[in-house]
Design a protein around this ligand. Sequence first.
Ligand code: DCP
Length: 726
Amino acid sequence: MPVARRETCDGRVIAHVDMDCFYVQVEQRKQPSLRGLPTAVVQYNSYKGGGLIAVSYEARKSGVKRRSSIHEYKNVFVFSSMRGDEAKEACPQIQLVQVPVARGKANLNTYRNAGSEVVSILSRKGRCERASIDEVYLDLTDAAQTMLMETPPESVEHVQEEVLKSHVLGLQIEDEDDAKEEVRKWLCKSDASYQDKLLACGAFIVADLRMQVLKETEFTCSAGVAHNKMLAKLASAMNKPAQQTVVPQSSVEGLLEYFPIKKMKQLGGKLGTSLQSDLGVNTVGDLLQFSEDKLQQRYGINTGTWLWNIARGISGEEVEGRLLPKSHGSGKTFPGPQALKTIGSVQHWLNELCEELSERLDSDMDQNKRIAHTLTLHARAYKTGDSDSHKKFPSKSCPLRYGTTKIQEDALTLFLAGLRDFLSFYNFKTHGNENNNWGITALSVSASKIVPIPSGTHSIAKYFSERFPSGSSSNQSVDDVIDEVAPSSPSAGSDNCLGVIPSELQLEYPEEDTGVNHSKACLDHQDLLCNLSEKVDGLTEESSHVALPGNEDRMTRNEPYRDLLSKEPRLAFNASSLKAVEKKKAAGKKPHGNSSIIKFFNNYHNSQSSFEQKNVTNAQGVKIPLLHGSQSASGSNLTSNQVEMASEIHQLEEIDANNSGCSIDTMPQGSQAWSYNIDEIDPSIIDELPPEIQEELRTWLRPRKRPNVVKRGSSITQYFRPDKGR
Ligand code: DCP
């Protein structure tokens, strides 16, 4: 739920820069013959020509768009992507380019690297926050103040064309032929307010940055310039492509007056719905009629104040200085009939995903001297007969161990722990060949809590030798497996609506209608898994240190484990890990360790030669690696998983009938709306989506806690139990 922050009466100058049809531009740079032609990038699944994920502005003129249709399915709205075949009907000359593929999934490194190039240029002028693969916020306050002091706009003799092409909201322009002259007058007005003068300087700076981006990368972008992030973001989408829009304070009311309330960041979900249905608020302007008191009474103090502020275009949200990603993720969806129904198939894909993740982690460590601490597994599953089942697969996390094999092992262990919980929700008890009708429709692994490796006297090797003291077993697996609390919305902790799945997202899975056929092998796996799961309590719900195992012999004395291992040798290490976790309470603190770290470093250094690397350095001295060559090259550092998301969520789209997820329309007006299907959301990469849709996705993806599961010592009521302390 939204939380009111310290609000400044803004003398800040904030820009939001958004690339134009980004993937298309990247592909057109690769193939210059495509420039100027109607072009679209399609997902790698070629069904019906592949779903469109990016569309050039030339193609948009012929009616080609990402989203092709909206229809109602079981009382919810369902959005479908336009397919390549459909695009060809609308625009026969269209050039369709397939997203690059590696490991059976979209490979987004090219887009990541392209985004990094842009960020390295934009960050030259001020604090820079990479909000998604192709979106950046800039705090240009200092640069604008400096310009105002040293070379104020009115002193500029020749104002660049790009600056004059700015759109200034609220500026009356009678004759379009005079537009540039009117804009020049506004920008260079000597008796303008201090705030407007700062914005005018911002317009000069942003235009200059955009021209630099074009010159150095060949990409065009659009921008909004305003006193805060919220307004800058709304403005950047208003005039595209290759344009910029300035929001003077005096035009804020006019901008927001008719702006649909549900399109506002954080209001796309239940809070926005409540405003509509309970207060009759349909536009941001409608909110103005309510006093702060009234809004606080209805929605709580924080949210009430936050609403009162946004009605007036007030937002104190800071631009975070963040050029490097907060996490790395690799995910894949398996919609419709592609759902994974055996442990073996899950393991296969986890291995692929972990390999990619591991490469990106290695690259991050090499280039940025950063290491990640936490490995998290997200999955989405269905269980026949429960239309809500897709919300119930719990995310799991554990300390991250470097090295592809270890990450693969740990990810599988996390998956098994999650599956155990998922199935136990249904009081699942398997005996014999009972068919449990589960399927996995999305898998992802992510690495988070990324921190710099301590510098100074500590060498990397020393750091690792301390973090992973020698002597621990090389076949150790997961130290701690914990339920991953789904990323909370910015509103967490407040008192209202978000956190509940928006009704428009509550879809049933088509697979449940079609039934599931399990192979014999699959049944064996499930049977064994169930047996295993019954033996492994304590894997979930609590984060505590566990003893590490490495003693398969002890494990195989246990009947269920022996069964499991004999039938599924691939799971041996996982059974070991799970068994170890079972022992955790008895064992108390575990020894940390990773005896293979030296080996890892050897492998790591060897692996670096497989691709060519090129770095760019930004004004803040941050080295931004660009990777070229082999697709096995790890992802870039400035990446945003938005790209990842963007393609992942579109890949593997299956037959429409099986793809009847729904989408959320959260983009501001003037921009092609995002659309995605429930079946296609990769939770690990939400961080890199455009922020306005992160909120809703997070609330939707948050696993529901089982009512009968209580985290010991975790609740305040527990703490204040009457017998406490007696
Ligand atoms: N993307 C995707 N799937 C989506 C939305 C986006 O794969 N549903 C990818 C392709 C886009 C990139 O992310 O090029 C950036 O998304 P934007 O929403 O910013 O859209 P574009 O940059 O393509 O177009 P616009 O000029 O309208 O911003």
